[in-house]
Each structure stands twice: as structure tokens, then as C-alpha cells.
Design a protein around this ligand. Structure first.
Ligand code: BTN
Length: 263
């Protein structure tokens, strides 16, 4: 019979659990899991409160948008999911993802301490110098009129220095950019920044486009739309859609309808 020991929590996450969970926040810090988003969705259905957090050192089934795999090797990334119960309607969910992107960008900026300039690649990625450093996956439980809850999943490449061949060249990490790889500081910074961004979204939803504009990586980039038309990205609308100028006409495009053309 195999006597499998459960994986041990790494030292930094023992410290994170102490800092995060012992001060009253509903929180689970795990060594290994399938997906922190799946864990938190299950916990939300059992009644987890707003603000509940699941963090894992490693995930075996980490997911990105379009069910793409998100790789989470031990000790090298942050895999974090946060539960929101915002007074929003289902069509507002893209705004939550963009707000989470702003929060991830701010926390990564602080970790980089001025080395590199993290920017948001609409709709849900954070890039540094053309390479992806973080991604956001927001999954909502919706009724027809409102968001019952939203699970905000954030993955950040922290200490990774080697990527598989399909990601090498298009991915980077805080370590590769010469930043501070302290995961405790980064998770706490991310949660604070998310709090700031969600409050800003709820207080002044129409300001979202303006908050994103300084960090909008697609601004001025050539894009093509699903129907074959080509245009230039010129900002993010307050409802979270991409603004595209197509031959003098302004078009608002949803995620999934736009392809960024090589510059
Ligand atoms: C993307 O790039 O499309 C989004 C990636 C999101 C990954 C995070 S890691 C924490 C949370 N758990 C998951 O399974 N996915 C998100």
C-alpha cells in the first residue's frame, strides 16, 4: 500500500496563511489543488462570504479563458481566487475582470519597483514589454437580473524563469523582470489593490475606461473584427468593450470578436 503524504505548505505560504486567515478573513491556503476557481465556486455555493479567498501553491487543472490550461508549478506562481458578491448585473461581469486586471497590474508594478511597465492587454491579461506576466479569469453565478457571486481568479508568474516551448518568447515573470518575488507581499498587495479597484468600479462605473487608459496596451494598435473589417483600437468603453475606429465609424467590440494584428 502506498503511504502518500499530503504535500506540505511551503514556508512563505505558512506565513501567508498566518497573515491572511488568522485576522478574520475567510480564507484557504493550499499546497496543491485542481483549480482555485473551482474550489471557490464550490465554497461559494456552500455560502462562503464576500471576500473569501483561496490561494494554492500549485494547481493541476489551472484554467484560463476559453478553457486554456494555466500552468502553476510549485513555488513559482501565484494562483489566487477571490469571491465578490457585487451589486451588479450580468452584463457588468467584463468590468469586474478589467478591474481585477487593474489590480493585478498595480501589484505587479509595485513588485517591479519601476523596472518594466506592466500594462493591460484587453480584456484580461497583464503584459510587460510584450510578454504576458499575469492573467485574470472571472466566473460568475448569474441570475437573469444580477450577479449572485463572481469568482475572480488571478494567476501571476512570479519566480518562473523557464517556460515550456509554447510559452517561451511570449511569457515573462517577476523574477525575469528583476522584481521582488516575495509572494506574501504580492498576494497581500493584490488583495488591497482589488479592494481599491472594486470600490472604484462600484462608486463610479463610468470612470472605468479612464482608469484603464494609461495602461491600455492595445491603444493605437491595428485590430481585425470577426466580420473581417480592420480598424484601430482607441480605448476601452465604460461597459468594458473595446472601442475600435473602423473607417471613421466607432465600433464597440466584445472579447472574442477582436484579433490584434501584428505591429
Ligand atoms: C488567462 O490567462 O486566460 C487567465 C488565467 C487565470 C489563471 C488563474 S490562476 C488562479 C485561478 N484558478 C484557475 O484555475 N484560473 C485562475
Amino acid at each position: 500500500m502506498v503511504n502518500a503524504q499530503p504535500p506540505e505548505l511551503p514556508q512563505d505560504y505558512v506565513e501567508l496563511r498566518r497573515r491572511l486567515c488568522e485576522l478574520g478573513r475567510a480564507c484557504r491556503v493550499l499546497a496543491h489543488t485542481g483549480s482555485t476557481n473551482d474550489d471557490l465556486r464550490a465554497w461559494a455555493r456552500e455560502g462562503a462570504p464576500a471576500g473569501a479567498v483561496v490561494v494554492a501553491d500549485a494547481q493541476s487543472r489551472g484554467r484560463g479563458r476559453h478553457e486554456r490550461a494555466w500552468s502553476t508549478p510549485e513555488g513559482e506562481t501565484i494562483a489566487l481566487s477571490v469571491l465578490l458578491r457585487p451589486p451588479l448585473s450580468p452584463q457588468d461581469l467584463p468590468k469586474v475582470a478589467l478591474s481585477a486586471g487593474l489590480a493585478a497590474r498595480a501589484a505587479i508594478d509595485a513588485a517591479l519597483g519601476g523596472r518594466g511597465r506592466p500594462r493591460i492587454k484587453w480584456p484580461n491579461d497583464v503584459f510587460v514589454d510584450g510578454r504576458k506576466i499575469a492573467g485574470v479569469l472571472v466566473e460568475g453565478a448569474l441570475s437573469s437580473a444580477r450577479v449572485e457571486h463572481a469568482v475572480v481568479g488571478i494567476g501571476v508568474n512570479v519566480a518562473r524563469t523557464v517556460f515550456p516551448p509554447d510559452l517561451a518568447g511570449s511569457a515573462t515573470s517577476i523574477a525575469l523582470e528583476g522584481g521582488d518575488t516575495d509572494r506574501v507581499r504580492l498576494v497581500l498587495g493584490l488583495l488591497d489593490a482589488l479592494d481599491v479597484e472594486v470600490r472604484a468600479l462600484l462608486a463610479e462605473p463610468s470612470a472605468l475606461g479612464a482608469r484603464l487608459r494609461p495602461w491600455d496596451m492595445l491603444l493605437g494598435r491595428a485590430v481585425s473584427l470577426d466580420d473581417g473589417r480592420r480598424g484601430v483600437a482607441s480605448g476601452i468603453a465604460e461597459d468594458g468593450r473595446l472601442i475600435v475606429e473602423v473607417e471613421g465609424v466607432t465600433v464597440l467590440a466584445h472579447a472574442g470578436e477582436v484579433r490584434v494584428l501584428p505591429s
